[in-house]
Design a protein around this ligand. Sequence first.
Ligand code: XLS
Ligand code: NI
Ligand code: NI
Length: 453
Amino acid sequence: MAGGSPVGGDPPPFFAEVPEPIEFEGLDTDNPLAFRWYDAQREVGGHTMAEQLRFAVSYWHSFAADGADMFGSGTWDRPWLDASPEDAMTAAHQKMAAAFEFMEKLGAPFMCFHDRDIAPEGSTFAETRSRLAEMGDAMAVHMERSGIRLLWGTANLFSHPRYRSGAATNPDPEVFAHAAAQVADAMELTKRLGGANYVLWGGREGYDTLLTTDYKRELEQLARFLTMAVEHKHRIGFDGPLLIEPKPFEPLKHHYDRDVATVIGFLERHDLLGEVMLNVEVNHATLAGHDAAHEVATAAALGGFCSIDANSGDDRLGWDVDRFPVSVEQMSLVMLEVLRAGGFTTGGLNFDAKLRRQSTDRVDLFHAHIGGMDTMAHALVVADELIDDETFGRLRAGRYLGWNDDLGRSILGGEVSLADLADRAAGVGAPEGRSGDQERAENLVAAVIDRVR
Ligand code: XLS
Ligand code: NI
Ligand code: NI
């Protein structure tokens, strides 16, 4: 069945409690279903907030999940998931109707999905394919009607039991081949729907024990898989970048795509950097022992920055809690690095974030996204103000001024040797250095967070 309506006719509105699209009402509003910061058309740094932030809703957390965790079953009120298993395609169409109703009312311009979020696996690969094609047709109709675009598509290469020992890095080439087929189809669908990027999260590419893992061979398999994905991108004429999303562990003890620096080293080793860029997830940075701003700065400095999975972790919990972004300070530092990198091009801010299991109501999805969008919009305004603040700019630039002088230029220009510098030191004595100005800079950030409107 093509088209947007589920089998059995149109569903009732799933979000009747929110009859109208969410609007910007400013800082003085007491309407919980309004934006306080996110004003899509407001210009910040020469572009509208909508263009700067490029918000996307994650299909999996918001529409495909029911609140189950490893200790208990689902808690969330999600009537579109209720269809019986024989009616998996009815449920898929209901879910899509719910997703687009929500996204249209929220006003986020983009979404992201895995193949399995939108279309259930069939009993044969042929059936899986035709189900994905059917749901792709339905999605094209919803997208056309609503104007909602695809920030990225991806393939779920981690939920099915066949992927328990990895997809690209599986010891069994049949599993590798199946994963490759899934990526080919998901990438083609992403292209067909005008997706801006295609993501690869190596959900189970890693190991629990080295005793039975051939580490070197698995890395070679991973490189081969990625090279084939790049070849496929060119073959089908998909012009967005492929993005790797690093994560250090969970579900496995060690993941190969550990963090941004590790992934960029891997991409350079296989001559894939540029074709393949980075999707940085905030909570994954926390798990890797990094600040999210560090991961963005690393990706930017090494030429691989593209997109962000906007969520938040917890300093005391060692797993991907995927909370919505709540800290303006943390996100201001992230957005500062995004603006320093020149802003998003094809990337954006995907809310790879979920409600707490106790947040059972459908309307909680609105509260979560409104809060996340306001946090990121506030952070953008702060970051833009910092970029324009001369004192703030001087604190950083001032530390490096010496490099513009003769000494600095001759060192970087390769005109002097260590021996030359040793001779020179004898004549000029030891340098004193200067303050790093960290606390002054931190106070400035705090002042800007307080001041901006
Ligand atoms: C899981 C990942 C996943 C990716 C997409 O931790 O964040 O949600 O973003 O496969
Ligand atoms: Ni994650
Ligand atoms: Ni993610």
